[in-house]
Design a protein around this ligand. Sequence first.
Ligand code: ADP
Ligand code: MG
Ligand code: MG
Length: 873
Amino acid sequence: MMKYVYAFEDGKGDMKSLLGGKGANLAEMNRIGLPVPPGFTITTEVCNKYYTDGETLTSEVLDQVFEHLVELEKKTGKVLGGLENPLLVSVRSGAAISMPGMMDTVLNLGMNDETVKKISELTDNQRFALDSYRRFIQMFGDVVLEIEKYHFDSVFEGVKSEKGVKNDVDLDADDLLNVIEQYKAVVQRQKGFLFPQDPRKQLEMSIKAVFSSWNNPRATIYRNANEIPHDLGTAVTVQSMVFGNMGEDSGTGVAFTRNPSTGENVLFGEFLMNAQGEDVVAGIRTPLPVSQLKEKSPVVFEAFSTAVNNLEKHYRDIQDIEFTIEKGQLYFLQTRTGKRTANAAVNIAVDMVAEGLITKEEALMRIDPKDIDKLLHPTFDEKGLSAAKLLSKGLPASPGAASGHVYFYSEDVVAAKAKGIKTILVRTETSPEDIEGMITAEGILTARGGMTSHAAVVARGMGKCCVAGCSEIHVEEQQRFFRVGTQTFKEGDLISLDGNTGSVYEGIIPTTEVELTGKFGELMQWADEVRVLSVRTNADTPKDSAKAVEFGAEGIGLCRTEHMFFDENRIAIVRRMIVSQDTEDRVEALNDLLPFQRDDFIGIFKAMGSRPVTIRLLDPPLHEFLPHEKEDVASLAESMNMREDRLQEIVNTLSEFNPMLGHRGCRLAITYPEIYAMQCRAIFQAIVHVVKEDKVDIHPEIMIPLVGHDKELSILSDMVKSIGTQILGDAGIDTPYKVGTMIEVPRAALIADEIAENAEFFSFGTNDLTQMTLGFSRDDAGKFIGEYKQKGIFLRDPFESIDQRGVGKLMKMAVDLGRKTKPGLKIGICGEHGGEPASIEFCHNLGFDYVSCSPFRVPIARLAAAQAAIKNK
Ligand code: ADP
Ligand code: MG
Ligand code: MG
């Protein structure tokens, strides 16, 4: 026969999926000798059975329930509905994964017109008995009979106002009798039957109601939002009641074994004397801090703190506890792992290692890498935030907190900054032209675009606070204002952005900074000890490189040379180079660019020292650098001594239908070899400079993007090497360097064995690889990806977390083929996925050498790489 019901003595803490979290932990607390009121749990399997049986409890199930009830009656010496010593129970819900407040609980079950009299006699406290009865009718009416709460509330408020009192406790026994009679009348009026007096009937109805609450709309929505499967089911726990509302020597409370917001190792919580169940949370009276229990009742406090200590030692993690004191006797009613802030999580994990409670590896596994993100960026201070006026909400595109004056153009942001003004760049959407403004502003706000829009990706790369796709705001860049609702914000007005929540506020809010030292630093060091993957960074400037090293980066996995092209001093030269009509003109412009590039590389090599630095040669379509506004075309034409209409014509011919699949990456260098030749000369001259002048032992790696054919790579790597041989040879040095390629065109993955012939390393560009494998344009996928997730086609956005079954298969193939040609071929990843924990674990399992991500994600990647190593030992 199936076992449907478990007494607390039959269960254990590890039976959560069968008994629910609450049921399993009650059994566990009982097992280790803590005072827990006895009871039993009906399994989650019965919940599913209840639904397949057409929302009924079969006699098999009910028989087992009542057998356990009889056992419970023996244990307590009380009888449900009995007239000598009536038993009262609670009927509690509890799923395997905690869903706070989503399902229902009934307290004081077993009360009826007869038992209430006996209980008032036995306790010598009529008021208490009547108060418990009226609470029961109210809860039962709400949860089981589904009568709208206000029917009961209006009765209760009516009785109070008739008597002219405000508080529950001011009602005496006669008033409560009156309330009870009126409550019963509400039931009869609303349901057409009398309030059920038979306690066994009450129990059966309540169990069914708890199972039904598994599918109530708020529980369903909660499961959807938290990706909890709908077929887990809830368990139902039936437990004998203890009473915190028996007078001033009774009470109830909730406590955390440590402070859940700071992690400090002190008991934290609140309690109320003479109160029951939810009263503490419901805010009926102001609860007292749990430390004051010591004064109220030293003996109870002593017992409590010892028990709580043991409980935490037993579970080896911070506990969130419900307790009740009945006439000086302490009972535990619930314990679960306490939810905590990111900051507390780190502090608690490190403290617990020091206390010998957990191992370093366990500490590492306890931190959610996503939480690290919150620790690294400034946040608004709580007081300021609660006083701030919320204007609107967009997507939390890049974490952090920023306040500043609104500006709409990159140039204006830069000019304001020169005057020492803090700015927020606000635009309908951003484009590569806005890069300087994005670098300079404190934060970025856009009205359009998703989590992988230009603004979002670039901001995350820079670790800059960004709220994207804030569709309620309407931006008029040219007139320099934006509107939200009825409010208008002009250039110079103040706003604040919260990149963690996507909130936009009016005015300035003070922020609090974070530090990388102390316990956080210690934890990161443990991560470094266990991880196998190296962690590099994507950085384009000496400043970013230095920041990344501070965060623990072991090299640069991607230095994008084109970002250097947008600089104010250079863009004109770049544009001149692009519109050149013959090689000679182009070479001349390129020669003007060379010193700038060389200086950038010198800066980056110095910042990185002996750490490897991967430089990617020019990648984006040339069109991205061209002037788009008419006035820019005019001024460029003037500087080039060219007619404006002629220049406009050239600009037009450079435009492409599908630039991402157009003339870019290595294709540029196949047609204009002089572009890569200039970049290579800049790199090798920089190498010579750094090695000779600064005597640094550097490890440069030159990377060719967008290769799909082995010939593309062989032609270009030959060119790189011949320039290298010449420049290094002339200087008389033999600094070793590597030439490799990105694997981002699916064809390259398919013929990776041939590509590997000419490659000394592979770096997966998973943004393009995803885009081209799925045929989803990264810039347009935002429109439909949400629907794809909702319909379960993709569990996660493939641009956020690698599509392991599709794109991942290509990656595995490329790794295997590449290393077949060259065993030990160095392999890394430099797409956005390189900072995403699930993708990092995937790379670990494929045997990568390193992952590379934006500086602010480096600590996340270090932790995720450590977790991958621990999980896949
Ligand atoms: P929730 O999941 O909403 O917290 P619970 O099942 O934990 O629901 O119960 C709600 C409240 O009732 C809690 O404060 C709990 O401590 C209290 N409670 C539950 N069962 C009993 C009982 N047998 N005796 C006394 N109080 C109880
Ligand atoms: Mg609870
Ligand atoms: Mg790419």
